[in-house]
Design a binder for this molecule. Structure first.
Ligand SMILES: C[S@@+](CC[C@H](N)C(=O)[O-])C[C@H]1O[C@@H](n2cnc3c(N)ncnc32)[C@H](O)[C@@H]1O
Length: 107
């Protein structure tokens, strides 16, 4: 699979921008199904920028210095995350949203 251009990827023109515009102000940003991290790489960095993926290749190849990356199950991570100590936290958990008009479902 071409990981930058798969159906449902947010790298397509305008898709990631529409999503970024919907994100409320935040201190901590968590992208739960990181993949290529199309949104994290393009938005302004938060104080903490956390990327989660089960796939080691996504973690190892990410290449974004501001990010804390964990190869783990997003659901397990989010269940035990310390929300109280991390300020305003935004979770971006889009896994298979395929069109820009679906972005509200993805947040
Ligand atoms: C479609 S891709 C990434 C989509 C990406 N968030 C975007 O906006 O373009 C889905 C990713 O979710 C990861 N994944 C699937 N289940 C997961 C889980 N339970 N925890 C963390 N990552 C998971 C897969 O390894 C894959 O890299």
């Amino acid at each position: 699979m071409d990981i930058d251009n798969y159906l449902g990827g947010k790298n397509g023109s305008g898709v990631y921008q529409a999503i970024i515009n919907l994100l409320p102000p935040h201190d901590t940003y968590i992208e739960g199904f990181l993949g290529t991290g199309a949104v994290m790489k393009r938005k302004a960095p938060a104080l903490r920028n956390i990327g989660l993926d089960l796939n080691k290749a996504c973690i190892d190849g990410f290449g974004y210095a501001a990010a804390e990356l964990y190869q783990c199950c997003a659901f397990q991570f989010l269940r035990t995350f310390d929300y109280e100590s991390n300020g305003r936290t935004v979770l971006y958990l889009a896994k298979f949203a395929q069109r820009a008009e679906n972005v509200k479902l993805a947040l």
